[in-house]
Ligand binder design. Structure first.
Ligand SMILES: [Zn+2]
Length: 479
């Protein structure tokens, strides 16, 4: 996610003395450190199996007793009535025996029909949950189908910041839809195990009036111009799904190796905004040279009326104001693309470790901004240390984010500086090899700080335990 303000050091700091020096050696393709078999297995498989855990920061969201394997969402949006009508068919595994099936779901909806394995069962929405009266034995998998209809409503962002926007499916004045939903809010448009450790596969079909378009996370499938389809064949965390409906125009590009890129813009987005998005292949090339092949079958961006930007999987949700400027959009777009490796392919098991997402994405963003002037990274580090000190003072250390202060500067700049220290200690070749091995060998999984420390130490042959823990835990900026 992009921080709307102060995510990065100002361009003036970075660009002072900027020259047209050639890209230094870190731009050369690197050989990935080989991953062990242990790294490639456990936790999550490509059938959507996860090992859900209770989130310590937002325990009201998510159900660690259930592991959703697959969501099949069939949705219809009516702009005149602002009504979303849907059927969610959810394949869910009981991690342990449960007396009821309980998933996060907005009270904005009226339930129409509920069944489990084809048999009607009673259910209701209570305390922010869909509650279905069906006991399931440990290890069993059932198919839950839920029909619903209603006018979507958002939920508050858990932050004191004045510039934050509500979370979840948002209806605009003209009847369009968009969503950003980190750390939660997917449950404003479908019943979800709405926490990061339960990744699942998705098939999403959205029917809209003629002349409108629906855009969602995943690989685009066949569309007849009224019903739009998207499929995620590799696991997705609920906060990384997206849905936008509006009068959009599609622009198709190709990235490295022919990677399909789809851009969705509105009439008002022509010119500068669309031109800025058309630079995505350049950013992808730069990222691939460092972190290995883009981890999914397609990518793209949909513009929405927001001040922020979100790394939703395979289809980034980008606030239109983010790409208004002539030069300011590159850093943000590189940041959201970098998240596809760091956050999407491999994500945090809980919100305690959101630094694992934002550290890598922020650091990649800074490296890109400094790509023509290696000395700019030193200037960034100097300025970032001041920002780090202020962030720790105001929001605490990055390894201990506060529930009421989601996505403060501490989880961006502090872990980016931590990665800077590792980078300087091991050099370009081994640092980028570390990044690409982390993303590639953990793809499809949700990980923890302990996983990261173990991985770094094994891959580098050095002990970075104290360095990582100090940067994540210290109330003051480490020396
Ligand atoms: Zn981010």
């Amino acid at each position: 996610m992009r921080r709307a303000l102060a995510t990065t050091i100002t361009a003036a700091v970075l660009l002072a003395g900027c020259s047209s020096a050639p890209v230094r050696s870190q731009g050369q393709p690197l050989t990935a450190v080989s991953a062990t078999a242990e790294d490639r297995t456990d936790r999550t498989n490509r059938d959507g199996t996860s090992a859900p855990v209770a989130d310590p920061i937002y325990p009201a969201y998510g159900n660690p007793a259930l592991d959703v394997l697959h969501y099949d969402l069939s949705l219809t949006w009516s702009p005149p009535t602002r009504t979303l009508t849907g059927t969610a068919t959810i394949k869910v595994r009981a991690v342990r025996a449960v007396a009821q099936l309980r998933l996060d779901f907005s009270a904005a909806y009226t339930l129409r029909a509920i069944s489990v394995d084809g048999a009607a069962v009673p259910g209701r929405i209570a305390d922010g949950d869909l509650v279905v009266d069906k006991a399931v034995t440990a290890g069993s998998t059932v198919t839950l189908a839920v029909g619903y209809t209603g006018i979507p409503t958002t939920v508050a962002m858990p932050s004191h910041r004045r510039d934050v926007e509500p979370l979840g499916l948002t209806v605009t004045a003209d009847g369009s839809l968009w969503t950003m939903q980190e750390p939660y809010g997917a449950s404003t448009w479908y019943p979800a195990n709405d926490q990061p450790s339960d990744k699942a596969l998705y098939d999403i079909a959205v029917t809209v009036p003629s002349g409108w378009a629906a855009i969602a996370s995943g690989t685009p499938g066949p569309s007849d111009g009224v019903t739009f389809r998207y499929s995620s064949a590799v696991p997705v965390a609920s906060y990384l799904t997206t849905l936008a409906v509006g009068q959009y125009t599609k622009t198709e590009l190709q990235g490295p190796h022919g990677l399909p890129i789809t851009l969705w813009t509105r009439a008002a987005d022509g010119g500068q905004r669309l031109d800025n998005l058309k630079a995505l292949p350049v950013y992808l090339q730069w990222l691939e040279e460092r972190f290995g092949p883009y981890p999914f079958a397609s990518t793209g961006a949909v513009l929405v009326p927001s001040q922020s930007a979100m790394e939703t999987q395979q289809m980034m949700t980008i606030g239109d104001s983010v790409v208004d400027g002539g030069s300011g959009s590159a850093g943000v777009l590189v940041h959201e693309l970098a998240h596809q490796w760091f956050g999407d392919a491999v994500g945090p098991a809980t919100w305690q470790d959101v630094w694992l997402n934002e550290g890598w994405a922020s650091y990649a963003e800074q490296l890109y901004r400094a790509k023509s002037d290696p000395a700019a990274m030193d200037r960034w580090e100097q300025a970032a240390r001041d920002l780090d000190a202020a962030a720790r003072d105001s929001a605490g250390p990055p390894g201990h984010p506060r529930a009421d202060s989601f996505a403060e500067n501490n989880v961006y700049v502090c872990p980016a500086l931590m990665l800077r220290q590792i980078h300087k200690a091991i050099g370009d070749e081994r640092f980028f090899a570390l990044g690409r091995a982390w993303a590639a060998s953990n793809a499809g999984t949700a990980r923890t700080r302990a996983d990261f420390v173990t991985f770094v130490n094994r891959q580098t042959g050095r002990d970075f335990t104290d360095l990582i823990n100090t940067w994540l835990d210290s109330p003051k900026t480490p020396a």
